[in-house]
Design a protein around this ligand. Structure first.
Ligand SMILES: [Zn+2]
Length: 436
């Protein structure tokens, strides 16, 4: 069964066999097999070791290597209002030592930032009960060790972590968040997905019937998931069109690409009209030529002859095609969860509310309706609901897969698609049927 035809790289049975074992069921997270084509995500193996006492294994966990000391350990959680001295003074730790930790090691970890509910461990010598090492669990991944005797050194460390791979497929009912929860997967995947597709799919507009399947990775520390899941590969069927995404690093950090090797991040056009000149820049204190007073100009004006085509600077959906006394005839486009643009003073609009537009589509024509002294388009740009100067924005780059990385990218895609086909369950929705 084929899901997606990568240009000239059909999936074959031999490859499927090569991929290896199949995991039954609608995938939970499983230990990472060695078939990961993804280069960037590190993992560490946990080796089998001879049995240790509880104290020994705890000491080992925090890399407290000492042949000569037999430990006894205390464990607790930081309680409300508890400071380091509240915890350590009862064990005979001197004020001088507490002061040393608080001041000498402040850059490494400021003990005033110890938080209620976090774990701590105290290691004492079994022979004379001297408190030797104090460990504070900073978060799920990291801890800090303070030496309480001798040199009183301190260091930060990380718990061993293991990367597990998960697979989920489903159909959107209500929201993606809800669908993931129903499928028994972490809802933080919805957040990760909206990041991957921020430039392609407006997740506030996904609809019942949209389908998805996702291979993801997550770090596990101390038998608990830590941090956010990372999307390794996904397909999202939105309004009848499949949007694949593959994580790949071509030497510039991890990015997401579609099956043709195009970056999922799309650059906006620099201006909504070609052959124009900027007649007024974004300026929070501008003297308004019509109103004759200082008024913030939260847009960029492009002067152009009446009737010049105005184009959408990016893909999106028209949320307004309307008229006001100030704006004249105008159009507003929502591009994704982050960006919205608006185009004012049109002589004529060319789109309707609710209409989907692609980058470069003609949405209207230059005019001087509303408060305008001459024909121009006032271009306005919102980022996260706030009007910004788009000329000063740093947009993420959208480099496609380079020629030299093409072969390895195609191989990675092929393996990932095969993995998805392997994981696919019979009771789930069929992206394939809609993808021919
Ligand atoms: Zn303007």
């Amino acid at each position: 069964m084929r899901y997606l035809s990568l240009h000239n790289v059909p999936i074959n049975t031999a490859l499927l066999l090569w991929i290896g074992f199949m995991v039954a069921g609608c995938g939970g997270e499983q230990a990472d097999a060695d078939n990961s084509p993804l280069l960037a995500f590190g993992r560490s193996a946990v080796e089998a070791k001879p049995p240790l006492t509880a104290e020994e294994s705890l000491a080992e966990q925090f890399a407290l290597y000492s042949d000569s000391v037999t430990w006894t350990t205390e464990y607790g959680e930081v309680r409300s209002g508890q400071s380091l001295s509240h915890i350590l003074s009862p064990f005979g730790v001197s004020n001088a030592t507490l002061h040393h930790i608080a001041t000498e090691h402040r850059d490494l970890f400021d003990v005033r930032r110890m938080r209620q509910g976090r774990d701590w461990w105290l290691f004492r010598s079994a022979k004379d009960s001297t408190a030797r090492q104090f460990v504070y669990g900073i978060d799920d991944r990291e801890y800090v060790v303070f030496g309480l005797t001798g040199e009183k050194t301190a260091r930060r460390g990380r718990y061993p972590s293991e990367t597990r791979r998960g697979y989920v497929q489903g159909e959107v009912r209500g929201s993606l968040y809800q669908s993931l929860e129903d499928a028994g997967h972490t809802t933080t995947l919805a957040y990760a997905m909206s990041g991957v597709y921020a430039w392609t799919i407006d997740f506030s507009r996904i609809q019942p019937g949209d389908q998805f399947r996702i291979i993801y990775e997550r770090d596990w520390v101390n038998e608990k998931p830590a941090g956010l899941p990372r999307i390794v590969a996904s397909e999202f069927l939105h309004r009848g069109r499949n949007f694949p995404a593959f994580a790949f690093d071509q030497g510039e950090g991890l990015d997401y690409f579609d099956e043709t090797g195009a970056s999922l991040r799309k650059a906006f056009l620099k201006a909504p009209v070609s052959f124009s000149r900027i007649s007024s820049r974004f300026n929070k204190r501008r003297f308004h030529p019509v109103l004759k007073k200082v008024k913030a100009h939260l847009g960029t004006d492009y002067a152009a002859p009446r009737g010049t085509e105005i184009v959408a600077v990016g893909d999106g959906v028209v949320t307004k095609a309307s008229y006001t006394k100030g704006n004249g005839k105008y159009v507003k486009i929502r591009h994704n969860g982050t960006y919205t643009t608006q185009y004012l003073h049109m002589s004529r609009r060319n789109v309707k509310e609710g209409q989907a537009v692609r980058q470069g589509d003609v949405i209207g024509y230059v005019g001087s309706t509303g408060l305008a002294t001459g024909p121009h388009v006032c271009f306005r740009f919102w980022k996260n609901g706030k009007q910004v100067d788009h000329l000063r924005e740093d947009f993420p780059p959208s480099t496609p897969i380079k020629a030299e990385a093409e072969a390895s990218f195609e191989e990675a895609c092929r393996v990932l698609l095969a993995e998805m086909a392997q994981q696919e369950t019979d009771d789930g929705p069929r992206l394939a049927a809609l993808d021919q």
